[in-house]
Design a protein around this ligand. Structure first.
Ligand code: NAD
Length: 436
């Protein structure tokens, strides 16, 4: 592998990604309905968002001028509980993308059986173009503008792409100032000192690691003999690689970020890479000097490596009809949201590749967000061991439920996960009835 690293380092470039993601999610939803015997009216309800808010968010820039950014909050469903979903700051955020992600949140919460519905929010902005103070003003103004539809029993945001515990702290403080009372339960992913949960930062990676190992067990494969490639070495990829290696003995043979990655068929020295990244925060893998022990790989090459498990943990639409035939791994675990598009999914299914779908595989983040909310509501906080144990139990049970359904119906795991989730959401709507 001799490719040069990839540039420019931009996460996503296409506005069309949002509508593509929405149509994929809706097609998968329709397929689930075909397998279920639910009232046809339920399909019309679940295909649409319950409530959509678009806001024009003005901020005063540091130079005294004014800029206005477009923000969104979409509540897809509150049938099973308060709406739940992250907030992303990114230039290509648009209404269709937020709609698709809100729908996926409804299904994700349902498949792991959390008492939540689904939502998503975002602002169409490049945060790299803002100063720290501008980012804070943007966050606070956006929080104030969407606040009328939020609440610990209505809709609880969380971090997503380009938002982090610091942004969550500004958000929580804004709502608390306006309400005149401390409201930690309004948002999750907060810093520990403001009612955040132990184990939240690693949660999605840990949950994806648990899903990977559950898959391996069902196939009779020994984790210690597995060669794993991870695309995306951010929050999800970093923790899942570390946990798979340290706690389950897997061999991480390749990792990448937006700049490209590194490959060694005998296993990477993750600790050396991690030491480098810790020493030079914000640097890309491309700038790491490997001393010849590893080969460079492009992201496309990484996806096609001869490995046992491939974990796309970066961004959406990475596995498409263009590269699905080249994938050699027999197991794909979707750490990212929507990394496999609809056409690729059909090709992989045809080829007998086992795909653990995003709505199950990366649910660890929302599971620990739920645990954070529960701790906030009771003002009583747990040790990290308790959080990990509960996360593990929820993931293991959800995996078993999806696996058994897929065996019973003779369908792939994605179809089973959608079926289970749609069934649960549909039953909740039916049980509640249609108001008035
Ligand atoms: P992150 O920003 O921390 O990391 C993303 C990683 O992907 C970075 O290493 C980045 O360099 C890399 N990347 C970006 N563009 C790429 C490209 N074109 N090709 C290859 N690599 C690329 O983000 P994250 O929080 O780790 O999220 C990753 C994925 O997981 C996203 O799809 C996100 O929606 C999903 N997810 C995250 C969480 C969470 O709790 N963080 C929860 C559920 C799902």
């Amino acid at each position: 592998m001799t490719s040069t690293f990839e540039a420019p380092y931009s996460i996503r470039t296409s506005k069309a990604a949002g509508s593509g993601m929405l149509s994929t999610a809706l097609t998968q939803l329709d397929e689930a309905f075909q397998r279920l015997t639910l009232d046809e009216g339920l399909r019309s309800i679940i295909r649409q968002s319950e409530r959509e808010l678009t806001v024009a968010v003005p901020i005063r820039r540091d130079d005294g001028t004014v800029s206005v950014f477009t923000g969104f909050r979409v509540q897809h469903s509150s049938a099973r509980g308060p709406c739940k979903g992250g907030i992303r700051f990114h230039p290509v955020v648009d209404l269709d993308e937020v709609r698709a992600l809100a729908l996926l949140m409804t299904l994700k919460c349902a498949v792991v059986n959390l008492p939540y519905g689904g939502a998503k929010g975002g602002i169409s902005v490049d945060p790299a173009g803002l100063s720290e103070y501008e980012l804070e003003r943007l966050t606070r103004r956006y929080a104030a503008m969407i606040m009328p539809i939020l609440g610990g029993k209505r809709d609880i945001p969380a971090p997503d792409v380009n938002t982090n515990p610091r942004v969550m702290a500004w958000f929580m403080d804004t709502v608390s100032m306006i309400e005149g009372q401390l409201s930690p339960e309004i948002i999750t992913g907060k810093p520990l000192e403001l009612g955040g949960s132990q184990g939240r930062v690693e949660a999605t990676g840990r949950g994806t690691a648990v899903a990977t190992v559950e898959m391996l067990r069902r196939l009779g494969r020994d984790p210690k003999e597995m060669r794993v490639a991870v695309q995306g070495y951010g929050n999800v990829g970093f923790y899942l690689a570390e946990i798979l290696e340290r706690e389950y003995g897997c061999h991480i043979v390749a990792v990448s970020d937006v700049s490209g990655g590194w490959y060694n068929p005998n296993g990477l020295s993750l600790s050396a890479i991690n030491d480098y990244l810790a020493h030079y925060p914000g640097s890309f893998l491309s700038s790491y000097a490997s001393n010849g022990h590893m080969d460079r790989v492009s992201n496309q090459e990484l996806l096609a490596l001869d490995v046992d498990v491939l974990i796309p943990a970066a961004i959406e639409n990475q596995i498409t009809a263009l590269n699905a035939e080249q994938i050699q791994s027999g197991i794909i675990v979707e750490g990212a949201n929507g990394p496999t598009n609809f056409e690729a999914d059909a090709i992989l299914r045809e080829r007998g590749v086992h795909v653990v779908p995003d709505i199950l595989a990366n649910a660890g983040g929302v599971i620990v967000s739920y645990l954070e909310w529960v701790q906030d509501l009771q003002w009583f906080f747990w040790e990290v061991g308790e959080v990990r144990l509960r996360l593990h139990d929820v993931m293991q049970r959800a995996f078993e439920e999806v696996w058994s359904l897929s065996e019973r119906e003779q369908i792939d795991l994605r179809s089973a996960a959608y079926m289970l989730a749609v069934q649960r959401v549909g039953e909740a709507i039916e049980a509640r009835g249609i108001f008035p």
